[in-house]
Design a protein around this ligand. Sequence first.
Ligand SMILES: Nc1ncnc2c1ncn2[C@@H]1O[C@H](COP(=O)(O)OP(=O)(O)OP(=O)(O)O)[C@@H](O)[C@H]1O
Length: 575
Amino acid sequence: MVSSNISGWSNAGNATKEYFDISTLEAFTPSSIFTSTLSNYENISTVVSNFTMDMVNMTSEISNNNMDYFNYFVGTTLFATMFSLFGSSVNFYFAMKISRNLHKSMIKNLLEGCMHFFDTNLIGNILTRFSRDLYYLDEFIPYLWHGFRLFFVLAVSFTLIASVIPWLSCLFILMGFIFYAISDYLLSTSRNLQRLSSSTLSPMIGHLNTTLEGLITIRAHGTQQVLRDEFDKYQDVFVTANHLKEISSKVMGFYCHCIESMLTAFMTLRLLYLDDILAGDAGLVLTQATTLSHRLEWALSLLMILENSMTGVERLLEYTKIPRENTSGQELENWPEQGEIKFRDVSLTYRKKEEIVLKNLNFTIHPQEKIGVVGRTGAGKSSLIVTLFRIYDFEGHITIDDVNIKTLSLECLRTHLAIIPQDPVIFSGSLRSNIDPFEKISDEKVWNILETVNLKSHFRSLLEDITEKNLSIGQKQLISIARALTWKTKIVIMDEATANMDEAMDNFIHQKIEELFKSCTVITVAHRLNTVMNSDRIIVMNNGEIVEFDTPQNLLENNEGLFHRMVLQENSSGS
Ligand SMILES: Nc1ncnc2c1ncn2[C@@H]1O[C@H](COP(=O)(O)OP(=O)(O)OP(=O)(O)O)[C@@H](O)[C@H]1O
């Protein structure tokens, strides 16, 4: 039990120490210095007020009894206070450094993390790390330094009692062992309950998040009760774990009180039978003994909070070790010039030992060709696009203008491909920052692009906050197209970009794309077959394989082909 507790502690401690050694600290910003000074001021004022209270309490206890102890008290308490004051300042400085480093590393790792991480970690897990666990690190741990003051005060009380009745020291040593055994047991229990509480909070937060995201669908289907029941289930589990954690701290208080009562009773009985003790000394010993349990309980509860907070730190440190994408590779300018794409023996598996999603694909897309990609749900259309962006590792080779994309840096590859996704992403901020986030082109050119996509009349200024405008999905999609136009890439990919739109908007957007991306290679993933009927060639996918790849005309003429059957099916369901 003892060793498990110590090893748990030292793991977290070593991990923090290891993290602390990372020397990527940046200078503090003026605002963070200001905030830390304010917090430190609060810290210092707490220390000073604690000192004053200690002095008042102890003086009242001593002055009536034995003035010889007064200097001893003042000296020790003053030392404890100075130590605490110095310690809290040092503590704050390092706590802030560790916290800042951890924040930076976590967000960096998260943004550059492999997609596998997001496939295997629920959103609730991530949100809890960035909320509750960071809260423990930022709000609890820096303040726990105050607790060390308590150990001095405890030492003073013990020494004082022992100096009056020396043989009580043996009793204190025995009591120390009992407390150690209890705290060892309870601290490890509490630490595990804290872990349980944190891990049961994540599904609850994740559920709440997805509920809010799908609120319209939930209301449309009237499934509020189902969602409420599910939430209650997650909440019950969380509250149970959290309640047990709270109980463990109460249990510790109970044990402390029991021991204190036994100690006081024993001392009182013993004092009654001692002849050579002054009444003042006896009173002093008794008053110190009665406050001991309170202070011990407080010291142990601080240890418990520290222990529990370290589980938060432990969880945070896991996020500094997220496997990251390999971003290294060559940087090419003015690439690709033609936009020719070749797939050679490309296979993709999302997770090890899982089913192969793309099976040995071999095809060539010629420069400036307009290619449609169709297939039933789960055929592998989006996976094909994912491999082009190297979102997941794949086997085989993909070359663009004879450059193997695995040799390129991720930044180079991804900035030379434009994608218009199914759900257009609108960043919070101005219209300009949404269309040209890296400020590559002039305002005039941005306005020209807006005019090209028929959006100019909707905005008065490029600095207008786009989030305040209630844009339709079609309009958001047009903004995505405008963004793709500023990138001036040779390859444009549309992943079911018009799936959520009515036919008129769908036709309008495709007409725009034909016009604007005439000189580009365009790959359009589509569910509606008429969307890709104007393509030069169509890839028909089934079960991770390319089963047909030809012009729309030839595919329609092949009565045995999958595309032909899909068209017939779509027509019959439409009529
Ligand atoms: N992140 C992922 N992790 C594991 N498997 C995945 C992942 N994404 C897709 N798959 C699986 O890969 C297969 C192909 O999915 P993909 O999304 O490429 O199909 P699709 O043709 O685009 O389907 P849809 O038309 O419904 O979008 C499916 O069996 C799917 O379950």
